[in-house]
Design a protein around this ligand. Structure first.
Ligand code: NI
Ligand code: MN
Length: 228
């Protein structure tokens, strides 16, 4: 799987001829670079509808043939604002926390997240590709001990975790999250975008070595890595 980080919580996952964007915050994201290859993904996953996560979702949907998957309440809101319901998965109903759905040969589970949102409640996603390679995108969240339950249910190859603090977990709590999740690798996100967030991965580096066996993948914005 090719994983690309656009800064903040925006990622592309590409595997088995399928392109998935998560939280495509491109416009207004000071770290985001060239996105032209990512403007017509097969699927957009939205963890919650704060602007720095739902981002360019509506524009991308309107300009292409992408599908979107989010919590039901965001899906209803998208329908109400004029998004073609054919582009909203499961007849415009999306899904909800605890559910697992199929997208082609991918399986996608919606997880809890401790945060706020405008419509519905915030969420995370566990995405398993047809080979079984498993990515957890935590969305915006505080640390919660049920991450240990996710470790029991899923074999997480890569966790995408916020480390920026203020609105989410900070570096210490994200390192504890790695411990609970038993993730093999972690890619930090939701930092450096805005002055109020932490500006680098220095502390996170120290804490993950101290609290977990997880390997840090310290991507630069707009950098890709092949894993799995
Ligand atoms: Ni948020
Ligand atoms: Mn956010």
């Amino acid at each position: 799987m090719k994983i690309t980080w656009f800064g903040h919580s925006a990622f592309a996952l590409e595997a088995f001829n399928t392109k998935i964007l998560i939280d495509p915050f491109f416009t207004g994201n000071p770290l985001c670079g060239d996105i032209k290859n990512y403007l017509n993904p097969d699927l957009i996953l939205v963890t919650h509808d704060h602007g720095d996560h739902i981002g360019d979702t509506v524009e991308i949907l309107k300009n292409g043939k992408s599908q979107v998957l989010a919590i039901a309440d965001i899906c209803y809101h998208l329908t109400a604002t004029g998004v073609n319901s054919n582009q909203i998965m499961f007849g415009g109903n999306g899904m909800n926390i605890g559910g697992t759905v199929r997208f082609g040969d991918f399986s996608i589970t919606m997880t809890n997240a401790i945060h706020s949102s405008i419509h519905g409640t915030p969420a995370g996603f566990i995405i398993k590709d047809p080979s079984g390679f498993t990515v957890y995108h935590a969305g915006d969240t505080a640390l919660f001990s049920d991450m240990a339950l996710l470790a029991e249910r899923f074999n997480i190859d890569v966790a995408l975790l916020p480390i920026g603090g203020h609105f989410t977990m900070d570096a210490l709590d994200a390192a504890k999250a790695c411990y609970y999740l038993e993730a093999k690798k972690v890619i930090p996100m939701h930092y450096k975008t805005f002055p109020v967030l932490c500006q680098n991965t220095d502390e996170f580096k120290t804490f993950i070595a101290e609290f977990s066996k997880t390997e840090l993948i310290d991507l630069n914005p707009n950098e890709s890595i092949e894993l799995g």
